[in-house]
Design a protein around this ligand. Structure first.
Ligand code: GLU
Ligand code: ZN
Length: 487
């Protein structure tokens, strides 16, 4: 294959969404698989909705996911500039060429006229489209319209009765009738080209060989094909990737949960997990394996195994995958990433000392296997923080255990033992609890669960021994005193 050149061309009108991230990733995997070139450029012709802040956020999301690019925004290259607003002068000669050859023409219709036409067609049960009122205006007609201050748009003259065929690498042969399309706008009255026009010029001028993008753009493709033909540009290959659906099989949206990459980052999903998960949304390598590094994915990626049917976004699977990566990560890294969440919850102070960091690592270690996403850290680890214990009122088991006849005696006996030591380790803790059991005459749940609830306010949580050791006898004594007083 000749050099593969792909592109990701986001519109900076919002953060990078899951669907966009997956399109970017498929392009990246395809480029890396073929040792090709990945171009990133910005489609900012929607002047009202495009912002530099969103552009930055999108690029930041891509970098966070670990995607790099060879040409385009931020890296430069021979085909710049890479923002459409900065390319307007490059589009102009092509507009003139199409106007001169008669493949495009000026349209002076007002919004009201176009509205009326749309309504009429809809009422007749037809597809609303432009019927070509200004197709054959004379020079004089045009001058008159201009004289009264009408600003024209430029429309592409769509040939009649022509079959347009997209030979799609994912969807196969897809046919469109040109008659359903209507002469479409390629330059708006303010001189800004429309998406369908600018995208073709960019792709052609940047020698893009493969266009991998979301299925929602499939219906644009026949318009783009017409422009390729009119300007004699070499056609790239198209591959339209299926939609992402929520678990109820409707199009993935905010209702289903977080939709932007930064939201997942902020909840504490690891980029490796998100990349792994997104890669398997609509593509699958051979075999049963589900955990892949980005390099493995790039090695295996092929469009042949991209599915035609929609991909369902399975949150449980994403959490499972993220938990896997958290479990596998070095404890030090995970601790560093958990601490900001603990600080935000007011559990850890701003600048922990080196000793505190060591302690925090041991705290995080007790739950590294259980964390699904890092924002869970405060909830999972709260038992390690604070002098007083608040009984979790929704925890029926905890309440039941505290109500046991033996519980006050267990707590009091344990308190006495704890006050006798100034430091302890796991063995000593075990021994002390055992002695309490013997003295009070209880064992099993009535012993261990009582101690747990008295110390943490909950019937579940981190390993009891680890909890006690890391809290230390002084703090445990305070909590027990407190709990006894509240009984
Ligand atoms: N700017 C378009 C979008 O963000 C991409 C269009 C394309 O890939 O052709 O959806
Ligand atoms: Zn018109």
């Amino acid at each position: 294959m000749a050099e593969v050149r792909v592109r990701f061309a986001p519109s900076p009108t919002g953060p990078l969404h899951i669907g966009g991230a997956r399109s970017a990733l498929f392009n990246w995997l395809f480029a890396r698989h073929h040792h090709g070139i990945m171009v990133v450029r910005i489609e900012d012709t929607d002047l009202d909705r495009s912002t530099r802040a969103y552009e930055e956020l999108i690029l930041e999301s891509m970098r966070w996911l670990g995607m790099d690019w060879d040409e385009g925004i931020g890296v430069g290259g021979p085909n710049g500039p890479y923002r459409q607003q900065e390319r307007l002068h490059l589009y102009q000669p092509f507009v003139e060429q199409l106007l001169e050859s008669g493949q495009a023409y000026h349209c002076y219709c007002s919004e009201e006229e176009l509205d009326a036409e749309r309504q009429k067609l809809t009422a007749q049960g037809q597809t609303p489209r432009y019927l070509g009122k200004c197709r054959n205006l004379s020079q004089q007609d045009r001058e008159e319209k201009c004289a009264v201050g009408r600003k024209p748009v430029v429309r592409f003259r769509v040939p009649e009765d022509t079959l347009l065929v997209v030979d799609d690498m994912v969807r196969g042969r897809v046919e469109f009738e040109s008659d359903g399309i209507g002469d479409f706008i390629i330059v708006k009255s303010d001189g800004i080209p429309t998406y369908n026009f600018a995208v073709v010029l960019d792709d052609a001028l940047m020698n893009i060989t493969h266009i991998l993008r979301g299925e929602e753009h499939l219906s644009n493709t026949p318009r783009q094909l017409l422009i390729y033909q009119a300007l004699n540009f070499k056609l790239p290959r198209f591959a339209h990737i299926s939609l992402i659906l929520g678990e109820d099989r409707s199009k993935m949206s905010k209702r289903h949960g977080a939709t932007s990459v930064v939201q997942y980052r902020d909840q504490g999903y690891l980029p490796e997990a998100l990349v792994n998960f997104l890669a398997l949304l609509g593509w699958s390598p051979e075999g049963e394996k589900e955990i892949y590094t980005a390099e493995e994915l790039a090695q295996l990626f092929s469009l042949e195994r991209v599915s035609k049917s929609p991909a369902v976004f399975n949150f449980a699977k994403l959490k499972w995958m993220n938990a896997h990566y958290i479990k596998e990560a070095p404890l030090e890294d995970i601790t560093k990433q958990c601490v900001p969440y603990l600080q935000k919850a007011g559990l850890v102070e701003a600048n922990p000392s080196p000793q505190q960091w060591m302690w925090l690592e041991q705290v995080v270690a007790t739950s590294q296997e259980k964390i699904e996403y890092l924002a869970q850290a405060p909830e999972l680890l709260q038992a390690f923080f604070g002098e007083t214990v608040i009984l979790d009122q929704s925890d029926e088991d905890a309440k039941r255990v505290l109500a046991l006849e033996t519980s006050p005696a267990v707590i009091a006996a344990f308190l006495t033992k704890v006050q006798e030591v100034s430091e302890w380790d796991g063995d000593l803790v075990r021994q002390l609890i055992k002695e309490v059991g013997k003295n009070v005459g209880v064992k099993g749940k009535a012993l261990f669960m009582t101690v747990r609830v008295a110390v943490s306010g909950q019937s579940h949580g981190p390993d009891l021994n680890a909890l006690l050791v890391l809290l230390g006898p002084t703090l445990v004594a305070k909590r027990l005193t407190n709990m006894l007083a509240s009984l």
